[in-house]
Design a protein around this ligand. Structure first.
Ligand code: FES
Length: 104
């Protein structure tokens, strides 16, 4: 499993998501890609469904890009182009007391 980028991932805060629109990082140790959707924060797993590299947020295209073999996903996890053929797994998050948290 490719996990070489994992150590660059920082723990996400609500501020990170709100200031950048979308960001990839960790929440309670889980690698997620979070974005702002109206007044809500939504998140999907950051693990590419092809071979489990960690996707990156592409600021220009405003979608998620996998550096390993070039798959692209919408912010909600849907596949834009392969080789991945399954959407990124949805991750439930909530905001409580100004903190972004994973919903177990
Ligand atoms: S691991 Fe993401 S495209 Fe292959």
């Amino acid at each position: 499993m490719h996990d070489h980028l994992a150590h660059h991932l920082k723990d996400l805060t609500l501020e990170d998501v709100c200031s950048s629109g979308a960001v990839v990082g960790k929440l309670s140790g889980k690698k997620v890609a979070a974005h702002q959707d109206g007044d809500k924060i939504k998140a999907v797993s950051a693990l590419c469904t092809h071979k489990f590299c960690i996707v990156e947020f592409d600021k220009n295209e405003k979608n998620l890009y996998c550096p390993c073999h070039g798959a692209r996903f919408k912010l909600d996890g849907q596949v834009i182009n392969g080789p991945a053929d399954k959407p990124l797994e949805e991750v439930k998050v909530e905001v409580e007391d100004g903190e972004l948290r994973l919903v177990e």
